[in-house]
Ligand binder design. Sequence first.
Ligand code: GLC
Length: 257
Amino acid sequence: MNWTVASDIDGTLTGDRGALDRLALRLRQSRALGDLCLILSTGRRLEQVVQGMADEGLPEPDYVMCQVGTEIYQSPLHEASEALPAWREKLLAQYSRQEARRFLTGIEGLVMQPDIFNTELKTSCFLDQCPEPETAAAEIGRRVAPYSDRYQVIWSSGRDLDILPADSGKGKAIRFLIEQEGLEDEPVVVAGDTGNDIAMFEEFERGVVVANAKPELVEQARALKDSDVYYAQQPFAGGVEEGLEHFGVLRQSTGPV
Ligand code: GLC
């Protein structure tokens, strides 16, 4: 069976280098046999993913969704790879950075994220310096709600808030790619640890929540209907490996590889 595996990077694949090395080897073997399409789906910029493949042991993917599903790249990856134009253009048609920025005005303690994380399709800030981060996030959510046909709010880790085009996010980006590449018949398993990963669990039935996941993901995943979520015993890449064995993507290991 050919599987599509879409995994978040930070806190899902990274966190335990030994476990990641073991998982990466198994994923590489499956890819070499043509059994697996691997998608990395991340808040990182493309350069950080390319760097991570060199320095952090990230497995080589077939595709990468960067900046929380607002950019799609196809392997082979280079720092100067161009994001998929069809996805970019679709999202640009509904998003105004200036308008998105206005939803954030006057929130006490809000700090904008560095410019490299603020793109033409993503407006991101930190709320952890706000007197009450949850209240601030809820207020921004209320402001954006009337414009939900064009914008969405992603709240992660009690710190990061992103305003993205309504049709973007990790889940919709993967769905777009799958349709574009004609991979609809392949079963999909997603894996994650924080709030920006919930979009993948909403879009696809099978998911792996690693043991170190933030409560925001666990709670929202538990509330999903018609989904088949595996809550791993192990954290980080060990949890992803456990989940992929559970779904039969990887064969149950009988010992160290
Ligand atoms: C990553 C991105 C950041 C975003 C966060 C949550 O950390 O770098 O911009 O806010 O993910 O989606």
